[in-house]
Design a protein around this ligand. Structure first.
Ligand code: DIG
Ligand code: MN
Ligand code: MN
Ligand code: MN
Length: 387
């Protein structure tokens, strides 16, 4: 089985299966098929949707007529294939004009240009039906901190997001914004580098209710953090509006590998979280095939992303049904009525008195057995398919 269904809500950016395999040390190795062909092929493989930056579809500087022609052909492909566009975003990182940032650039003309480009790109996303708009500030950062006051940079970012929130509201687009953090690359340091930093920033915006996060597995991982914990915090806050799934080896540049390619265990706990808590947003594979891949292998990459998710989803179901694992978890999470009552009742003078009268013996508590070696070995064996 492990055949992707529309109900899985798997999506790919046009740029993912359109990646020509260039890297900072070498040019392209393959010629991607057109955006229209990507839509049809992804639909055949079982993907639910495609996402795009404005310039993935409409070339930078295209005339209004060219734009409209391209968009109408693309809309026809969506109709013909049944593929939808759940998310759109802006390319504020490729053109040299953004070399020192877009929304946080020191040049107000660049900031204005970025703002206008985003307005037009939001219109394109809305026209294609996108209800989630992602902001990844790939150039919003520095190599030279003398060049930009970090406080001012955040104010500029907020200024742009508040303008754009009110723009989307004024157009009744019904959009939600998802901010995507990354700690570095292409800039030496990128502002708002992690999920936690973004969640803190959202609370300072004019319309925080319409702004959440788009965590990417590779990004908090290259920051040395536990991605499962980061996503759990966003989900618990009701701010997990979108997610970028891929693979990554810690301590390396942003590899954007096929989902599940490297760390099966952390990807397992991520999938278990999303499934246990019934995350129902898009599952976006922001990844690309290796530079070594020929065009046919690019589609193996796409199939692998979806199959890996479905395999880990079944492992999560198996974990939740495994009698020995579940018995261990019961034992480890055994409650205590008196303590639970005090802990969940909040503060009151009665509850404070109850807290002070609890019979708590730290020496005895310290001796409680925690069979985590056994639990982790069972998890390992389940993942490796020997249970
Ligand atoms: C980087 O991971 C960014 C870009 O690929 C895009 O702007 C965003 C959308 O998922 N992720
Ligand atoms: Mn990435
Ligand atoms: Mn990427
Ligand atoms: Mn991403």
């Amino acid at each position: 089985n492990f055949v992707p269904q529309k109900s899985d809500k798997f999506t790919f950016g046009l740029w993912t299966v359109g990646n020509p395999g260039a890297d900072p040390f070498g040019g392209p190795v393959r010629t991607p098929v057109t955006p229209v062909e990507r839509v049809h092929k992804l639909g055949e493989l079982g993907a639910w949707g495609v996402n795009l930056h404005d310039n993935d579809l409409v070339p930078f500087g295209a005339s209004a007529q060219q734009r409209d022609k391209i968009v109408s052909e693309f809309k026809q492909a969506l109709t013909d294939s049944g593929v939808v566009v759940p998310m759109a975003t802006t390319n504020l990182f490729s053109h040299p004009v953004f070399k020192d940032g877009a929304f946080t650039s020191n040049d107000p003309k660049v900031r204005a240009f970025a703002l206008r480009k985003t307005v037009e790109s939001i219109d394109l996303g809305a026209e294609l039906g996108a209800k989630i708009y992602v902001f990844w500030g790939g150039r919003e950062g520095t190599e030279v901190d003398a060049s930009k006051d970090a406080v001012t940079a955040l104010k500029r970012f907020r200024e742009a997001l508040d303008f754009l929130s009110e723009y989307a509201i004024s157009q009744n687009y019904g959009m939600k914004f998802a901010l995507e953090p990354k700690p570095n690359e292409p800039r030496g340091d990128i502002y708002l580098p992690t999920v936690g930093a973004m969640l803190g920033f959202i609370s300072t915006l004019a319309h925080p209710e319409m702004v959440g996060v788009n965590p990417e597995y590779a990004h908090d991982t290259i920051a040395g953090l536990n991605f499962y914990h980061a996503v759990a915090q966003a989900l618990e806050m009701g701010k997990l509006f979108h997610i970028d799934l891929n693979g990554q080896k810690p301590g390396r540049f942003d590899q954007d590998l096929r989902f599940g390619q490297e760390d099966y265990k952390s990807n397992f706990f991520l999938v278990k979280l999303l499934e246990d808590y019934k995350y129902d947003g898009p599952k976006h594979f922001d990844a690309h095939a290796l530079r070594t891949s020929d065009p046919a292998d690019v589609w193996e990459f796409a199939k692998g992303c979806m199959r890996s998710y479905l395999i880990l989803k079944e492992k999560a179901q198996q974990f939740n049904a495994d009698p020995e694992i579940q018995a261990l978890l019961q034992e480890i999470n055994a409650g205590d009525a008196a303590s639970d009552a005090v802990l969940s009742a909040g503060f009151s003078t009665e509850n404070l008195a109850a807290l002070k009268s609890l019979d708590l013996d730290p020496e005895a508590l310290a001796l409680k057995p925690l069979p985590y070696e056994k639990l982790d070995q069972l998890t390992f064996e389940l993942l490796l398919g020997v249970r």
